[in-house]
Design a protein around this ligand. Structure first.
Ligand SMILES: [Zn+2]
Length: 722
């Protein structure tokens, strides 16, 4: 979340992509504002209020945390609570204007500006010992929203609403109409956006002691960090990396917003308080408390940590987020909220129930076609008997399925899945299913609010798993009905380590840890898997193939994407660790094995080729070369070249374009093995195209074979010319 420091002119940058991973793409609909998905902020945001506030003159002498968060946005394009890190600001009077300055004196001036940066410039008027500030139309502040490849820049004027003016605290909402300035034409041309800004006076003294967090620490336990670069007098710089933590000398108080229905409040409370069991053991204290919140205590308000219930469905499915903000100087967590997308979970439960019913009563009134019903029956046969319990199957555009006892397997196409819980809808009422989701999701989100990052390696940490659990931590994306619903051994160790408590929880212990970025390269760090990841993903590959045969994929393309995801994980094992040979052999087999029966396996071979000839998993492009696979060895390159050649040889079932792609892949292997492969192909075709030369071929190749042969000759020629 450092985008704010990288922009020279945008005083405020709200980026959906800077929220925790599971927040990405989730919708933003603020139920407090009571409206449907087609939002018109002009109708439902509190009416514009006077924009002039009166504060004591001494207000301008103090320093403040300045931040803001999205309260609502049209077209579900931003998550409620999405915001920017708070920055420390102070004021400076210049004639009839007051400047809000970001205190950046010890930051690297990478924004190319002076040591002080003007965030806002407001009109002001002195009236006795008071000052009138006009919050409307500040001269500097601009708002930019980044959504994927597209940007939105604010068009002023907005209008001011909901002003709260209390000693040491000032907040106000501002509504903007924002134009899409980017290239992504799928996003709306303009959006209306309501942002709640706040200024909270910085406490003059704090008992909190910052904790430096080193790379070595980060190898063991995942904490969010606050990073600063401190410029020293001699011009050199010092990188400061501080763990984001609470001050345990104070209570950590969470408020349950009135939006959370009464029947689910006990589950929320239990889930939150489960962390007290950890602190009790690691620190001998129980700092976490849960109180009933008020309607105006909403996420993003820096004064209170709020759990908030979003009742509307969201287009990206169920989920929850647990964002937090920290003091830029110390890393102390200032605010942390949990937003629970209940409407989406409810839709999901309903969908699961419908599918479970359809599968059970095949002849009934169902939207499922008979072919699908047949497929479902076949699938049920494939499932180990126990799996029928939590039967979860999603088709078409839907995203998850279940084929191992109790496990939910998402076929992710965009990696934006939210924290998802496993429910057995056939044995639960809707309320019971929702409660199960709350009990699984909330401890995870509260973990985030305590500073903990994901640990996607926890399900592979077999030696630290306790009785029947599939993870050592609630910070994993767990999938099965045996998911942890209370903090596990890793969580105790992480809290003891990061918050400097009882050493016996981590000394002499070694937990496996890997987090969001780690997933790109570490074969054991994956979301929604369990146990031995190579066995899991090779099994998943085989199972998807059976599902394809049963007609359970909506398209060959979606099947291809699903298989590619499996193969990308398998590729991570190649030349990393003991299972390297097994993984490489698996992929080569997927590339070369030719199925004799429909639906054949052209797609698998294409995807295997794409994975084996890529430098990095496609979904981790944003990590650059840090996300690269290990390079292939000479022997592996040779085997790959041979496999590619084998795939260009016609066998009557191949798709011509795929064979061309194989040939192009071979050509791109700019090494001795690629060359040898091309040469072998060229010779084979030359021979085939010479009628009667040695009796092997007496009639000309069909036109497409001729075309392929020509392309191969061109490829070989191009290779020689290099
Ligand atoms: Zn999470």
């Amino acid at each position: 979340m450092s985008s704010i420091r990288r922009t020279a002119t945008c005083a405020f940058l709200l980026a959906a992509l800077t929220a925790p991973a599971e927040a990405r793409g989730l919708a933003s609909i603020n139920p407090r504002l009571k409206d449907g998905p087609e939002l018109n902020l002009g109708q439902y945001v509190a009416t514009p209020t006077a924009s002039v506030v009166t504060v004591p003159k001494t207000f301008l002498d103090k320093s403040y945390f300045f931040g803001g968060m999205v309260e609502a946005a049209t077209d579900n394009c931003l998550t409620l609570g999405t915001g920017a890190d708070p920055i420390k600001v102070r004021f400076k009077v210049e004639g009839d204007r007051v400047l809000m300055l970001a205190d950046q004196r010890d930051r690297v001036p990478d924004i190319g500006a002076s040591s002080e940066d003007v965030i806002n410039r407001f009109k002001m008027r002195e009236v006795g010992d008071k000052v009138e500030l006009d919050l409307a139309n500040p001269e500097v502040n601009s708002v930019t929203v980044v959504l994927g490849a597209s940007g939105y820049a604010a068009q002023r004027p907005g209008y001011i609403y909901d002003v709260v003016n209390e000693p040491g605290f000032l907040s106000y909402g501002e509504k903007y109409l924002i134009q899409n300035t980017g290239v992504d034409s799928e996003l709306p041309a303009r959006i209306t956006l309501a942002i709640k800004y706040y200024l909270k006076e910085c406490a003059s003294a704090s008992s909190y002691k910052p904790k430096a967090y080193t790379d070595e620490d980060f190898e063991k336990y995942g904490f969010f960090v606050t990073q600063r670069t401190v410029r020293k007098d001699d011009g050199t710089t010092d990188d400061k990396v501080l763990a984001d933590r609470h001050d345990l000398s104070k209570k950590i108080t969470y408020y349950l917003h009135p939006s959370i229905p009464a029947k689910f409040r006990p589950a929320f409370k239990d889930a939150i308080l489960s962390w007290n069991k950890v602190f009790k053991k690691t620190h001998g204290i129980e700092p976490v408390e849960v109180l009933d919140g008020k309607d105006n205590q909403i996420p993003g308000d820096i004064r209170s940590k709020v759990l908030y219930w979003v009742d509307y469905p969201t287009p990206f499915g169920g989920g929850a987020i647990g964002p937090h903000t920290s003091d830029p100087d110390t890393g102390e967590i200032l605010d942390a909220d949990v937003i629970f997308y209940a409407g989406a979970f409810r839709d999901e439960i309903a969908g699961l129930r419908k599918e479970a019913e359809a599968a059970k009563n095949a002849p009934g009134d169902s939207e499922l076609t008979s072919a699908i019903k047949e497929g479902l029956k076949k699938l049920l046969d494939l499932l180990p008997k126990k799996a029928n319990r939590g039967f979860v199957l999603r088709m078409g555009s839907q995203t998850s399925m279940n084929f191992k006892p109790g496990c939910e397997y998402p076929i992710e196409e965009d990696n934006t899945i939210a924290a998802r819980a496993s429910v057995d809808v056939t044995e639960m009422t809707d309320d019971q299913a929702m409660e199960r989701i709350i009990r699984e999701v909330i401890p995870h989100e509260i973990g985030h609010t305590l500073g903990l990052r994901h640990n996607f390696k926890a399900s592979a940490d077999l030696k630290n798993l306790t009785d029947g659990a599939e993870s050592t931590t609630v910070m994993e994306y767990q999938t099965s009905l045996s998911s942890l619903v209370e903090p596990g051994p890793y969580d105790y160790a992480a809290i003891a380590y990061g918050y400097e408590g009882e050493k016996s929880f981590y000394e002499g212990k070694e937990f496996m840890f890997g987090t969001d970025g780690t997933n790109a390269v570490d074969p054991l760090s994956n979301q929604f898997d369990s146990g031995d990841p190579l066995a899991y993903y090779t099994g998943r590959y085989a199972h998807f193939r059976k599902l394809l045969q049963s007609g359970l994929f909506s398209s060959l393309a979606s099947y291809g994407r699903a298989q590619k995801r499996n193969m990308e994980v398998i590729r991570k094992f190649v030349n990393r660790g003991e299972q390297s040979k097994q993984a490489f052999d698996f992929l080569i087999k997927a590339l070369t094995e030719k199925s004799e029966a429909p639906p054949f396996n052209v797609m698998e071979r294409l995807q295997a080729m794409l994975v084996l000839t890529s430098d990095a998993p496609s979904s981790y492009a944003r990590y650059g070369s840090r996300a690269n696979y290990e390079a292939l060895t000479d022997a592996q390159e040779a085997a790959l070249a041979q496999a590619l050649v084998a795939n260009v040889v016609p066998d009557g079932k191949d798709i011509f374009e795929i064979r061309l792609a194989m040939m192009e892949a071979l050509k791109a292997r700019n090494n001795i093995y690629g060359y040898k492969g091309l040469e072998a192909l060229a010779n084979a075709y030359k021979k085939a195209m010479t009628p009667g030369a040695d009796g092997a071929q007496s009639k000309p190749l069909p036109p497409r074979e001729q075309e392929l042969a020509l392309r191969i000759q061109q490829a070989v020629g191009a290779y020689f010319n290099k």
